[in-house]
Design a protein around this ligand. Structure first.
Ligand code: NAP
Length: 264
């Protein structure tokens, strides 16, 4: 039993993972999980946040590196990936960086539409393009795209976000087939409302538009989840980790809902 635990605790030792949007929220939880399983992690984000380093030991912090990059900028991603590869070859990519903006469709102008596609879809494409050749050469790789239940079903007032997250799942399925015999798996995880800064922004929006209190707004969002609660970032991170651990190699091209059963 103890030996099985040790094996799993070291299961990602010698693996290097890039986690985009790893500075806070779901990405920070994923980075922490990888580090606790022995991996080295490079996170990409535009700004810096101390959230990620909280609770990490000095040794764990040595296995964490941060690069400042906007994933929607193709050249910036190429440079950041080159710099990450100098640390070590990239074995795992988690395309997690994302933003959600809401507006009725007729008020979704080109700029809002473009910005949702740029970060949620193009960012995923840029990062995947940069790491896939190395994974194919080494015959092993794990790509996990953090989509959303908005990639599996429709929600009113977020048409651009929904379209981008649906597209991420289409990309996941097509690429999974393309590389199925090459030792590389490509999957998506699809959280529903998860307790992060993104959710706090959604709560503020509801408060402003409906006059509800923040608690009422949060309760309204939690109501959509059949378990009656918001998803926690660590629960999404657990699904991502599982897709990268030994034993998950038969799982590819999947879009796994982490939503308390909201989408099935
Ligand atoms: P969050 O707390 O707002 O964190 C977003 C992360 O992405 C931050 O590290 C942010 O850092 C980074 N980021 C944003 N735009 C970026 C860009 N252009 N380039 C590089 N990094 C960028 O959000 P979260 O809730 O953890 O969301 C993570 C993922 O889960 C997103 O893809 C989101 O769509 C998805 N998701 C979230 C929920 C939810 O309810 N929270 C539900 C379903 C799906 P900087 O701002 O410093 O760049």
């Amino acid at each position: 039993m103890a030996q099985a635990f040790l094996q799993s605790a070291l299961a990602l030792r010698n693996k290097h993972a890039v986690v985009t949007g790893g500075s806070r929220g779901i990405g920070a939880a994923i980075a922490r999980q990888f580090i606790s399983y022995g991996a080295s992690v490079t996170i990409f984000s535009r700004g810096v946040s101390s959230e990620l380093r909280l609770g990490l030991s000095a040794e764990e912090q040595l296995r964490l590196s941060h690069l400042k990059v906007d994933v929607s900028d193709a050249n910036g991603v190429t440079q950041a990936m080159d710099s990450a590869k100098k640390r070590a070859a990239i074995d795992i990519l988690v395309n997690n960086a994302g933003r959600a903006a809401s507006a009725p469709f007729l008020k979704t102008d080109d700029s809002l539409w473009r910005s949702m596609m740029d970060v949620n879809l193009e960012g995923t494409v840029h990062c995947t393009r940069a790491v896939l050749p190395g994974m194919l050469d080494s015959g092993w790789g794990r790509i996990v795209n953090v989509s959303s239940t908005a990639g599996l079903t429709g929600y009113a007032y977020v048409s651009a976000y929904c379209a981008a997250k649906h597209a991420v799942i289409g990309l996941t399925r097509a690429l999974a087939l393309e590389v199925a015999t090459k030792g590389v798996t490509v999957n998506a995880v699809c959280p529903s409302y998860t307790e992060t800064e993104m959710l706090r922004a959604a709560v503020e929006n509801i408060v402003e538009k409906t006059g509800r209190t923040p608690d009422q707004a949060r309760a309204k969002l939690a109501e959509k989840n059949p378990q009656g609660r918001l998803v926690q970032p660590e629960q999404v991170a657990n699904a991502v980790l599982w897709l990268c651990l030994p034993g998950s190699e038969a799982i590819t091209g999947q879009a796994i809902s982490v939503s308390g059963g909201e989408v099935m």
